[in-house]
Design a protein around this ligand. Structure first.
Ligand SMILES: Nc1ncnc2c1ncn2[C@@H]1O[C@H](COP(=O)(O)OP(=O)(O)OP(=O)(O)O)[C@@H](O)[C@H]1O
Length: 264
């Protein structure tokens, strides 16, 4: 009998509190993210989404329960190896303002001690990957880029050391809807092409429905629901029903306004 490979990320009854236990940010969460999966985490402000992500790469430690990456408890994992395996994309790019695009992208390889030539070649490869023209962009500074370009650099930086896991915290939040949509689709294609496992935090349930394989709904630190779009559609949980109301209404209105055959 062959053994199933372990999930890429597995939370097992994880608790995390702040302020001496007064704020329960993550409350008894068990959740597995499978290899190759794109999981979206949705939920209101303060529901524990970011805390959940930060537990995965040990920016913070759990009070109780375990977090495993490919079967290995993060508490005993080598932190440098963890940094190589997990790329992070922060809100609105969060690039280092005083570093060029190339230096921003190359920062993790540099910390890992890669030789200069290898970093330069990797930066060019990544600029191609995120569809930014090398010559035009590699020497620019973050303030010389549009929001969408900055976020593409943020994705390139996260992928620099060749991670197989990517964690994204509201990556497309500050962008206009068209740029957001294009970037989301581009990232989904990259995720599939590179065989990544991705956890994407978003406030936007429509974005989650369109991009993710499964959606985790958080509320007050708890995992309220988890499933594919069609599974969530059958949820009887009032908060989930409420979340799905807006995309449902929009879909109806849009299909009435934009007939399929283009007739006017
Ligand atoms: N370092 C910290 N110290 C104290 N409280 C914290 C800390 N980090 C998070 N919290 C609190 O834990 C709770 C969960 O926060 P978290 O950032 O995980 O929520 P979130 O769902 O990501 O919210 P948002 O969508 O607004 O980013 C909140 O009440 C927050 O104020």
């Amino acid at each position: 009998m062959t053994r199933e490979p372990p999930p890429m990320i597995a939370y097992d009854r994880v608790d995390k509190s702040f302020d001496g236990g007064r704020i329960k940010a993550v409350d008894g969460v068990s959740l597995s993210v499978m290899r190759g999966e794109l999981l979206a985490i949705v939920g209101g402000s303060g529901s524990g989404k970011t805390t959940l992500l930060r537990l995965a790469n040990r920016l913070i430690d759990a009070d109780a329960g375990t977090v495993r990456i490919e079967g290995e408890d993060v508490r005993t994992a080598d932190p440098i190896a963890l940094r190589r395996r997990i790329g992070i994309v922060f809100q609105a790019g969060a690039l280092f303002p005083h570093l060029s695009v190339a230096d921003n992208i190359g920062i993790t390889p540099k910390l890992l001690g890669w030789p200069h030539d290898r970093i330069a070649a990797r930066v060019d490869e990544l600029l191609d990957l995120v569809r930014l023209d090398r010559a035009q962009h590699r020497d620019r500074f973050p303030h010389e880029l549009s929001g969408g370009q900055r976020q593409r650099v943020g994705v390139a930086r996260a992928l620099a050391a060749g991670p197989n896991i990517v964690l994204m915290d509201e990556p497309f939040g500050a962008l206009d809807p068209l740029t957001r949509d294009a970037l989301g689709e581009d990232f989904r294609a990259l995720h599939d092409r590179l065989g990544l496992t991705t956890v994407l935090i978003t406030h936007d349930i429509t974005e989650a429905l369109l991009l993710a394989d499964r959606i985790a709904v958080m509320r007050a630190g708890r995992l309220l629901a988890l499933g594919r779009a069609a599974e969530l559609a059958h949820s009887t949980e009032p908060y989930v029903t409420e979340l799905l109301q807006t995309p449902r209404r929009q879909a109806l209105r849009l299909s009435a306004l934009l007939p399929q055959d283009g007739a006017v």
